[in-house]
Design a protein around this ligand. Sequence first.
Ligand code: NAP
Length: 292
Amino acid sequence: MQLIDGKKISSEIKNELKLQIEELKKTGKNVPGLAAILVGDNPASQIYVSSKSKSCQEIGMRSIVEKLSVNISEDELIEIINKYNEDKNYHGILVQLPLPKHINEDKIIESISPQKDIDGFHPISVGNLVIGKETFVSCTPAGIQELLKRYEIDTQGKHVVVVGRSNIVGKPIANLMLQKNRFANSVVTVCHSAAKDLSYFTKQADILIAAIGQAEFIKSDMVKDGVVVIDVGINRIEDNTNPKGYKIVGDVAFEEVSKKSSYITPVPGGVGPMTIAMLLSNTFKAYKILGG
Ligand code: NAP
């Protein structure tokens, strides 16, 4: 069994971006910039946004966080997004979700310029992904494909079984792996909670991608020998041996499943760190598309 080290790969990606940004600075060029918009004071959202902004600073990327009142109206929020749609110093825009209930998330996502849609949530980005056109792919699925690529895991004609069909993980990773290119070209099955016999599908997986949101749900009797396991789940479970009283585990029972796997991502330290790395990478891509 080989561990897929997302922490290591994400810092490699950050270093590659940092070097490219240093080169831009040396030649006096504009640098890529990311505008993060945070509405309200949800503690988890605050942590996510500040860690994204910190990562930008680490690699020399410009970053700004717009902290907005929970009472902001939909129109006012769209006005602020439009300001960044026009701003040449900010190439990527992200609106941290979830938004307060009085704001229509779809409308907000659609107000971001598709050229600055670094989260890949805009319907134009999603549509381009489905029809196999170059586009922004949402960061967690993009991170999963990057891990497979950098560990040189063959995906051609392999059976990829995805458990979970969310718009941010399950559906986009399924669409990515289905594309006819060097780093995909897989046969893809997508499962969800209505699957009658989940094991029937998971046992067939050459590459199993679990994005369920249930702690240690995938057990060793649900996979075949030699499977590649990508565990997207982030679940908090009680742990009295830990001073915090809890620990973070994935959707896969790591101890037992790792014994049958050829490759497996740990939680934490697997897919998680890749999400921010791909956000930075998408911002750099937006910079290039927009011509700097
Ligand atoms: P989600 O929107 O809650 O979707 C979960 C999916 O799993 C749904 O499609 C659901 O089916 C399916 N599911 C639930 N129970 C199932 C069961 N017993 N059998 C088969 N399918 C089942 O979750 P998400 O946003 O995709 O996130 C999934 C996990 O990944 C969470 O733990 C989340 O914290 C984590 N995550 C991690 C990252 C990262 O950066 N590493 C990023 C995003 C999410 P239905 O559609 O039928 O309800």
